[in-house]
Design a protein around this ligand. Structure first.
Ligand SMILES: [Zn+2]
Length: 126
């Protein structure tokens, strides 16, 4: 069984796969877990999960995956619970685009909880 793309060293099925493969039955327990699972969903090109975990008013109608992009890893820099329904996660995700250029995505993302489930709202590029 392969390691989870998010890099925690666990098999996918015991890590982000818990949430990505069972959106209805197994909500990510906190914003960091949701953020990790969304990174894994980007790697696996699971637009169903990405859309489902995007806050409705901010959700894009389509998600574009750049062909040839290779995701290289995720580093969670900070995870801050602001209150019961708001949290922030700062992360760096690295990828290599199809021309071989290394790209570093550094973002502070905002999450909200509604009806017991966390959603990604939006983020600021850092
Ligand atoms: Zn994972």
């Amino acid at each position: 069984m392969s390691d989870c793309p998010c890099g925690q060293g666990l098999p996918y099925a015991q890590c982000c796969g818990l949430y990505v493969e069972d959106f209805e039955g197994q909500p990510a327990p906190d914003a960091e877990a949701l953020m990790r699972s969304r990174y894994s969903a980007f790697v696996l090109e699971r637009d169903d999960y990405l859309r489902a975990t995007w806050y409705a008013s901010k959700r894009p109608s389509t998600i574009r995956f750049d062909p040839g992009t290779k995701w290289l890893g995720l580093e969670v820099r900070d995870f801050k619970v602001l209150d019961d329904t708001h949290a922030e996660v700062e992360f760096v995700a690295r990828q290599r685009d199809k021309s071989g250029r290394a790209v570093r995505l550094h973002e502070r993302s905002r999450f909200v909880r509604e009806d017991g489930r966390w959603y990604y709202v939006e983020g600021d590029w850092l």
